[in-house]
Design a protein. Structure first.
Length: 351
């Protein structure tokens, strides 16, 4: 499969518009075209050891959940390990693609996989994602009334000449007992300034203008984090064992909420793969599950009677790769080979 065709298919699987604004997602390293991909290599973190594995397995494209290039590179030399990743990729004609928080947000993504470790439950996103644009076009709706048909025709002609103005409609309206014409239009933020400037030239129109912010629709089951309600409450000790089994971990870190014990019931759990401090903060739940949290956010949770389970950052993400392999194979109609790294692992371990 051609690289650009594959990238398009990956973007269809999880739109990059769902990624957080601070993230660096998409195709990060592209060999010179044409570039055919026969083997797609999946990893959570692209380290030098993992890169060597990808080279040995003759990968043509690496899908690294975490972007190996995050802050801008000022040079590409052999000096630092991230620069060496780029050098090795280009020398061996291997592309690098990263979805990161786009995979956190999608309904079939990392956080959805993480909820499966809790047992039977229903879940909704903690921070729902919205559609990339408003269905009617534009970011604002402008409405105004006038009783001057002559002036209205002139104004409408000028409004329609402004770029990024759409859905201009005029219809009869009764205002304070008088027959008038009401005009409605959609426009972008940039066009809004021009529309208001135009209407302000006529005081009668300007004083009757309404400006509405068009809200982007919320996407079902899409967004950052999840709050999960268990079908049946279980003790914290049972929940710990379920999570350890799902993530295949011998140990997790636990902070007991104030007044809680290992036998305290867990009915509602909030979770976020990776680093969950900002996503989970302020959420009402019996339990927080994430990879890592700041010391002070843990103290806040505990003080509010919320227990916290930490599993280390990438341990809450890596297990998703096997499920991702199967989903991508179906999405790509088994047109290429997809393999999961055997060398990828969390850098932290219990000594």
């Amino acid at each position: 499969m051609d690289l650009r065709e594959l990238v398009s298919a990956l973007n269809d699987f999880a739109s990059l518009s769902l990624a957080e604004s601070w993230d660096n997602v998409g195709l990060l390293v592209e060999p010179s075209p044409p570039h055919t991909v026969n083997t797609l290599f999946l990893t959570n973190d692209l380290t030098e050891e993992v890169m060597e594995e990808a080279v040995q397995k003759k990968a043509n494209l690496i899908l690294s959940y975490h972007p190996p290039i995050f802050t801008p590179l000022k040079r590409v030399t052999w000096k630092t390990w991230k620069e060496r990743l780029v050098v090795r990729a280009l020398e061996n004609r291997i592309g690098i693609y990263s979805p990161h928080t786009a995979y956190d947000a999608v309904p079939h993504g990392v956080n959805n996989w993480l909820t499966k470790g809790l047992g039977a439950c229903t879940s909704i996103p903690l921070h729902p994602s919205t559609a990339p644009s408003c269905p009617a076009g534009g970011t604002h709706r402008v409405e105004f009334c006038t009783d001057s048909t002559e002036k209205l025709d002139t104004v409408l002609a000028k409004i329609k000449g402004i770029q990024e103005v759409s859905c201009v409609t005029a219809f009869p309206a009764r205002v304070e007992g008088e027959e008038q014409t009401r005009v409605s239009l959609n426009c972008s933020q940039k066009a809004l300034l021009e529309v208001v400037a135009l209407l302000s030239q006529n005081n009668l129109l300007y004083h009757q203008i309404d400006i509405l912010l068009l809200q982007k629709p919320v996407l079902p089951q899409t967004g950052m984090g999840r709050v999960c309600t268990l079908s049946e409450p279980v003790s914290l000790s049972v929940m710990i064992e379920r999570i350890k089994s799902h993530l295949q971990l011998p140990h997790v870190r636990l902070a007991l909420g104030a007044g809680k014990t290992l036998e305290s019931p867990v009915k509602k759990a909030a979770l976020c793969a990776g680093s969950g401090s900002s996503v989970l903060k302020g959420t009402e739940a019996d339990l927080y599950l994430t990879g890592e949290m700041s010391h002070h956010d843990i103290l806040d949770a505990v003080a509010n009677g919320i227990s916290v389970i930490l599993c280390e950052h990438s341990n809450t993400e890596r297990g998703f790769l096997a499920e991702l392999r199967d989903m991508l194979a179906l999405h790509l109609q088994n047109s290429i080979s997809i393999i999961v790294s055997e060398k990828d692992r969390d850098p932290l371990q219990v000594a």
